[in-house]
Design a protein around this ligand. Structure first.
Ligand code: NAD
Length: 485
């Protein structure tokens, strides 16, 4: 394979072998794409919401029609099959869901009325989309996260420039084929490839920016957006805590906590990364967790079997191993699992349960992003909540108790944007339904879920009408000042 000097190599997560490369879009190419998309946006906005809905529905059909190719590319991006198979249908379903919900959300946001100060003045609101929105997305859910913000932005009437992660960009090829089959959409939606430099070039061109990724990169993105006075919507990392109370069903709680921690090899922003367990059930809970964790299999050598696929980014294995090793040096015990193993060239990590941890360890403070669950006992509800809240992050969390009421009472006191009750990782099931904002360093810029996910792409404009006589200079003269005394 010939290499262009600035080409970025792609590696198959299952073999570690280089299996392709991308040539990052230059600043000039980004600027050109932005110009073309801006030109297309005027007619896209003029189509109106109903017109855009009709186009988006055709795109959903095209995605499903090309599902096999998208899946094949995403398997090479991620090394996992089940999610890759589902993702075209999840994205198509999300497009149709937004198409169903958008008219009502927009309708109830438009309002009119009369000035409470001067009855001759009335107003109505108009929603004006940002002309060009940029999306910069991470590698852990390539197609899904490239479109989570994108679908509502397109429906709002924005044009969209998307840059997926340079670690997992293969899916963008077959997705672009589906876009090309819908000409009205092709004029306003484009994927480009590249790394951080391409991302920075995008920020210089767009009118609003949606970023999903890590906290350090999110900070750079937010700063660059602030310099241009464009809004940035940031969805960053997490360190989700789960609290398991003494009244919980041990088997069910362990199953939920384990799933939350190791699903998708822990490569989820809302993975369960810390568990706090009431001391009276701590020992049997850890035993149950160990026994369930030891039944979780690596998806190796056969991609069609097992639960845990390879790390998508090989370097992530070193980050997780280092956190684990440091915790062990400081006195923690790996009860089952870890560290990572190299199998067939891929980096894999078994479901890992760690005890003897405390908050001095990076394993309890920093995002891990691997299938690792540190577990800590607590003595009182207040202590459990204090431990859960002792974090810079605040993406989401979970509580499992003997009753939903008990769990909910605790959940109300946790500092995070979404708390799953009696299970973990429930966020994915309510994406269009309910709003959540990230607490702490987990994000910024208003909810990407629920109605606000759509509404954030509009600038709100007021049209203010005078139905009486104009307010002239005489009425504003000093000598005509009304006395307020
Ligand atoms: P990352 O921050 O390394 O990269 C994300 C994107 O930013 C990539 O497309 C990358 O090319 C781009 N980028 C890098 N430097 C840039 C710069 N200077 N300017 C502009 N763009 C730049 O993140 P990642 O490693 O790909 O993804 C994993 C992270 O994403 C984890 O922290 C995870 O928690 C987070 N994440 C968050 C959510 C959420 O909804 N909150 C969802 C999934 C993943």
């Amino acid at each position: 394979m010939s290499s262009i000097s600035n080409a970025i190599p792609l590696f198959d997560p299952r073999t570690g072998e280089k299996d392709g490369e991308i040539v990052p879009a230059t600043s000039a190419e980004v600027a050109q794409a932005a110009r073309e998309l801006r030109e297309g946006q005027a007619s896209w906005a003029a189509l109106g919401l109903d017109g855009r809905i009709a186009v988006m529905r055709r795109w959903a059909d095209a995605i499903e029609a090309n599902a096999a190719k998208i899946t094949a590319a995403e398997i090479r991006d991620t090394g996992r099959r089940r999610v890759a198979r589902e993702v075209p249908f999840i994205v198509a379903g999300s497009i149709r869901g937004w198409c169903n919900q958008a008219p009502e959300i927009v309708a109830r946001t438009l309002y009119e009325g009369t000035s409470t100060v001067m009855p001759s003045i009335s107003y109505r609101t108009q929603l004006v989309p940002y002309p060009l929105v940029g999306v910069i997305s991470p590698w852990n859910h390539p197609f899904l996260l490239s479109m989570l913000d994108g679908v509502p932005a397109l429906l709002a009437g924005c044009a969209l420039l998307v840059k997926p992660s340079e670690v997992a960009p293969r899916f963008a090829g077959p997705v672009s084929e589906t876009i090309a089959t819908v000409p009205e959409l092709a004029a306003v939606l484009r994927y480009i490839v590249g790394d951080g430099a391409t991302g920075q070039a995008m920020i210089e061109e767009v009118d609003a920016l949606c970023f999903t990724g890590s906290v350090p990169t999110g900070r750079k993105v937010a700063e660059a957006c602030a310099r241009r006075f464009i809004p940035s919507f940031l969805e960053l990392g997490g360190k989700d805590a789960v609290i398991v109370t003494g009244t919980a069903d041990i088997q069910q709680a362990a199953a939920a906590v384990l799933k939350g921690a190791v699903h998708n090899s822990g490569q989820m922003c809302f993975a369960t990364e810390r568990a706090y367990v009431a001391r009276e059930i701590y020992e049997p809970f850890v035993e149950e967790l160990k026994s369930q964790a030891s039944r979780v299999a690596l998806s190796y050598p056969d991609i069609e079997h097992g639960h845990i696929g390879p790390y998508i980014l090989a370097r992530q294995a070193d980050i997780v191993d280092a956190q684990l090793e440091e915790a062990v040096q400081a006195g923690a015990t790996v009860e089952v699992g870890g560290p990572s193993q190299t199998l067939g060239g891929g980096r894999y990590m078994p479901a890992t349960v760690v005890t003897g941890v405390d908050h001095s360890m990076r394993l309890m403070r920093e995002e891990t992003f691997g299938p690792v669950l540190p577990v800590m006992p607590y003595d009182s509800e207040a202590e459990a909540i204090a431990l859960a809240n002792d974090s810079d992050f605040g993406l989401s969390g979970a509580v499992i108790a003997g009753s939903a009421e008990e769990a909910e009472r605790i959940a109300e006191r946790m500092n995070a944007g979404a708390i799953s009750i009696q299970d973990t990782s429930l966020t994915i099931f309510i994406m269009r339904d309910v709003e959540k904002t990230s607490f702490g360093i987990s994000g910024m810029g208003g909810s990407r879920m629920g109605p606000n996910s759509l509404l954030r792409f509009f600038r709100k404009k007021a049209l203010i009408r005078q139905s009486g006589r104009v307010i002239d200079m005489d009425s504003l003269a000093e000598h005509n000042a009304a006395s307020h005394h």
